[in-house]
Design a protein around this ligand. Structure first.
Ligand SMILES: Nc1ncnc2c1ncn2[C@@H]1O[C@H](COP(=O)(O)OP(=O)(O)O)[C@@H](O)[C@H]1O
Ligand SMILES: [Mg+2]
Length: 407
């Protein structure tokens, strides 16, 4: 791929993630922060109770129609490329949750919403460092229905899949938009950028974050999920238990590699004994997606595996330890991320490596650095040009533990 082509890809990806079909949610703008009661009037029916309705499409017990509002929106906490995230309160228990509202009209939005839905609902076990999905609700025509994974009897679910596959709107009219609501655990500590950059450097926290991140990615890969958009923005923090706990979030670009074991992407010699038939490190993916500064060289070329997540993690950890930042062109916010300087330009490491695979990364970047030689070696391995030279997630987790113990 030449430079012009890469630039085009960047722009396409930016479009996909920048909310061209963005949310126009008058509802919350008319709510003042903390105005829980106003939700009833302004966001009526936004999230409703899971009682069985029993009419029409509600015949399927998994498509429960719902009646009374169940969550009260408190305030907007994030606005991403294709959805809005709110802090909300579960009316019955008073539990604070996060709800991510995704408009499912344009097929590209549905595609991203389904990716998130498939990934989070495919996980049978919880992991402390992966954001927990409590439930997913489809809202349409003033009705809300609980969604469950792979429910082929659900007409709503099938319509969403059809919208995504056909690339045309089949679910809702522009007058009656349809939304998917993801109810998740609330991470009150913000994202990794905010957390790290608003504090003094702390080697203990860095070490703990490295362990937590590698543990989360090992868990996801073991469960056949490639995240594909690991970056500090998508790593959230919960401080409920005192010490900060990282939560990998935003599965909108993720890929569940399971269930395609007989398809063309299947690896020939699966090695993962827990999940027979799929080894995410040999499962080839082709859509070039992610966020520039965290993308591995092979992602720029559109032919990659789960090892792309290891590269992204390498960039994040390196930047976190050395506090290397850049200003994101889109959000204009300071982001943790390493890069290569080319004249006055800063270039993503993956892109620079693609242009010059022999380039030697200067790790550490800062002259006065306390980075151990083991950690330098590990970062070099994580950022290897050849994905096969990178450790897999399980190995990485072991090596990080050893680096930390030795330090
Ligand atoms: N569970 C959560 N708890 C608290 N804030 C959240 C939660 N999920 C998302 N957010 C906030 O919303 C932002 C956008 O959410 P994200 O899932 O990354 O969607 P997008 O695909 O639009 O980037 C996050 O960067 C974060 O600030
Ligand atoms: Mg995000």
């Amino acid at each position: 791929m030449d430079a012009a082509e890469r630039q085009r890809k960047r722009m396409t990806r930016a479009c996909k993630r920048s909310g061209e079909h963005g949310e126009h949610v008058p509802v919350l703008r008319s709510l003042s922060t903390g105005n829980v009661r106003a939700h009833n009037d302004t966001a009526a029916g936004a999230m409703e109770e899971g009682e069985r309705g029993g009419e029409g499409e509600g015949d399927n017990p998994l498509e429960q129609k719902v009646s009374a509002p169940r969550y009260s929106l408190v305030r907007e906490v994030g606005r991403g490329s294709y959805g809005v995230v709110y802090e909300a309160v579960a009316r019955s228990s008073g539990t604070v949750v996060a709800v991510k509202k995704l408009r499912c009209d344009a097929p590209e939005n549905v595609e991203l919403a389904l990716a998130e839905f498939w990934a989070l609902t495919s996980l049978e076990k919880r992991h402390e460092n992966v954001v927990q999905l409590e439930e997913c609700v489809l809202q349409r025509n003033g009705m809300a229905q609980k969604m469950s994974h792979g429910n082929k009897r659900s007409r709503q679910y099938l319509r969403l899949v059809e919208t995504s596959l056909k690339g045309e709107r089949v679910l809702s009219s522009p007058e009656e938009p349809c939304y998917l609501w993801f109810v998740m655990e609330f991470c009150e500590g913000g994202d990794l950028n905010r957390f790290v950059l608003s504090r003094q450097p702390d080697p203990h926290t860095n070490a703990s974050f490295m362990q937590q991140l590698s543990s989360a990615v090992a868990f996801l890969h073991q469960n056949n999920i490639v995240h594909r958009d690991l970056k500090p923005d998508n790593i959230l923090i919960s401080e409920r238990s005192g010490a900060p706990v990282l939560k990998v979030a935003d599965f909108g670009l993720s890929k569940v590699c399971a269930g395609l074991a007989s398809g063309p992407g299947r690896c020939a010699d699966a090695e993962d004994k827990n999940k027979p038939g799929v080894n995410v490190n040999k499962f080839w993916l082709s859509s070039a997606c992610g966020s520039d500064f965290y993308m591995a060289p092979e992602v720029w070329e559109g032919h990659y595996t789960a090892k792309a997540d290891i590269f992204a993690l390498g960039i994040i950890i390196w930047a976190m330890i050395e506090r290397i930042t850049f200003i994101d062109g889109e959000s204009k916010r300071e982001q943790l991320g390493t890069y290569v300087r080319q004249g006055t330009d800063i270039v993503p490491v993956g892109e620079a490596l693609l242009e010059n695979p022999k380039m030697v990364l200067s790790i550490p970047q800062r002259r006065r650095s306390h980075m151990s030689s083991d950690l330098r070696r590990l970062l070099r391995d994580m950022l290897a040009v050849n994905p096969q030279d990178r450790p897999d997630a399980q190995e990485l987790h072991g090596r990080i533990n050893r680096v930390i113990c030795a330090g």
